[in-house]
Design a binder for this molecule. Structure first.
Ligand SMILES: *[C@@H]1O[C@H](CO)[C@@H](O)[C@H](O)[C@H]1NC(C)=O
Length: 227
């Protein structure tokens, strides 16, 4: 039907219906607008969170880098401490002994010419073996050795220091008119860990000792050397 054919009642009813529809649409629009502003607020918060996470990630990366730096420095410091330990007292090596720990000893001439010093004054680091008379270097380093031999005039008096079976230094006194002889010597040797040192009489040699400690053998590590 055309507009003109409607009654007044019909028109106002139609308008009322449209007004109601408009009102509903307005409400819906408001609702949608509220939603949109909520979504925008959420997006802003999300953006802020993303920014914060980026910042934290950068911070963690920075901390990781710093940590790596500290690790490197710690490693270097540990190495340095190891070196210092090696150089200062981690290896304490010193011994000193005399031939006789009981009564009088005339040693030699004999076939087993090794002098076994039995009276131990000190033996730090267990380098010296009092059962064999052999000193074994525990670490690479520079070592100082000294010895004294004493004896009477009937025989050659003296002894030799051997390193790994090779003669190093010695004391020597030919049989002579005076009653007794005493002679000493010392040396600084560069040793590798495991090198072995001992004292031997000369062929036909003889030394004497009692608890006065005339015939002695001493040594100590001056300082270690790295390989
Ligand atoms: C959130 O970040 C995006 C991308 O950077 C940007 O396009 C948007 O406008 C931001 N929104 C708000 C609410 O800041």
């Amino acid at each position: 039907r055309g507009f003109g054919q409607r009654g007044d009642g019909d028109t106002s009813e139609w308008l009322t219906a449209k007004e109601e529809l408009l009102k509903k649409l307005e409400d819906k629009l408001k609702y949608v607008e509220r939603w949109q502003s909520d979504v925008e607020a959420l997006e802003a918060r999300l953006n802020a969170t993303v920014d914060e996470l980026r910042g934290q990630k950068a911070e963690v990366e920075k901390l990781n880098k710093e940590n790596e730096g500290l690790k490197t420095r710690l490693h270097a410091a540990e190495k340095e401490i190891d070196g210092l330990k090696r150089d200062s007292g981690a290896h304490r090596v010193a011994f000193s002994a005399s031939l006789s720990n009981f009564g009088e000893i005339y040693k030699g001439p004999c076939t087993d010419k090794t002098l076994i010093f039995k009276r131990i004054f000190s033996n730090v680091g267990d380098g010296y073996d009092e059962s064999t008379g052999v000193f074994t270097a525990p670490v690479d380093g520079l070592y100082y050795f000294s010895f004294n031999t004493y004896g009477y005039n009937t025989h050659v008096m003296g002894a030799m220091l051997f390193k790994n079976g090779i003669r190093q230094i010695s004391t020597y006194d030919f049989p002579s008119v005076d009653g007794s002889d005493s002679s000493s010597n010392s040396v600084v040797l560069q040793l590798a860990a495991g090198d072995k040192l001992h004292m031997e009489l000369w062929d036909d040699g003889r030394v004497f000792d009692n608890l006065n400690g005339h015939t002695t053998f001493s040594g100590f590590l001056v300082f270690p050397l790295s390989k």
